[in-house]
Write a protein that binds this ligand. Sequence first.
Ligand SMILES: Cc1cc2nc3c(=O)[nH]c(=O)nc-3n(C[C@H](O)[C@H](O)[C@H](O)COP(=O)(O)O)c2cc1C
Length: 243
Amino acid sequence: MGIIKNMQTKLTQLLNIKYPIIQAPMFLVSNVAMVTEAMKGGIAGCIPALNYRTLEELRAAIQELKANKVEGGSFGFNLIVNKSNLKYKGQLEVLCQEGCDFIITSLGSPEETIKQAHKVGIKVFCDVTDLHFAEKVQQLGADAAIAVNNEAGGHRGNLSPKELTNLLSEKLDIPVISAGGVGHKGDIDKMISYGAAGVSVGSPFIASVEAGVTDEYKQACVDYGSEDIIMTQRISRYALYSN
Ligand SMILES: Cc1cc2nc3c(=O)[nH]c(=O)nc-3n(C[C@H](O)[C@H](O)[C@H](O)COP(=O)(O)O)c2cc1C
């Protein structure tokens, strides 16, 4: 990604990390090894709680990350907070019992997560795709909004990185983290210039040594580019943030 020096932002302050980057949560890709390396590199890393089939496996992963934590890095978990996630309540309970630095919520109202997580000092960042939900999560007490733009992998938004980041950083009081389309340092600089306090980066990390996917998948991420990606409404029918 190139070398970033002295880039202190509200995100680096919030998470006590060296660089304003979150290794984004990716279903069936993110794992303890990736997040451990992220922390060693001075950034934050996040894993979807649903990557663990049982709550005991989730608890074991948190304990491993607590043991692996190094100065300048931080770790968190992603919770799907709508009713599609039957394990939501149990996952939230385990996260609050064990502790982690932050939770990223997606696909629903973050109200309960914010309430419980704040009681034990866990920060909560909420995925949003428009101003309406961004204002809602701010009002609920979110510590930052993750602005998921139309270049993001996974469930993407509709606005361009510039439009969404500009809009939210102008209108919100909480920090805005830009998610989508960041591949190198120049992209980070751009997002910061649009008003972001940092970036959340997913796709480029699929090709990392530690990612829990096949070598063929990793190689495909290297061989193909953004023009080869297609948008589908069919695999997951959930719109972002519907209740
Ligand atoms: C393979 C893959 C799986 C993802 N799974 C999740 C997930 O489980 N939960 C979530 O909140 N976001 C998920 N995302 C979205 C990422 O957290 C992040 O917002 C996105 O990757 C940013 O865009 P980028 O891929 O262009 O960096 C996923 C993204 C990818 C590429």
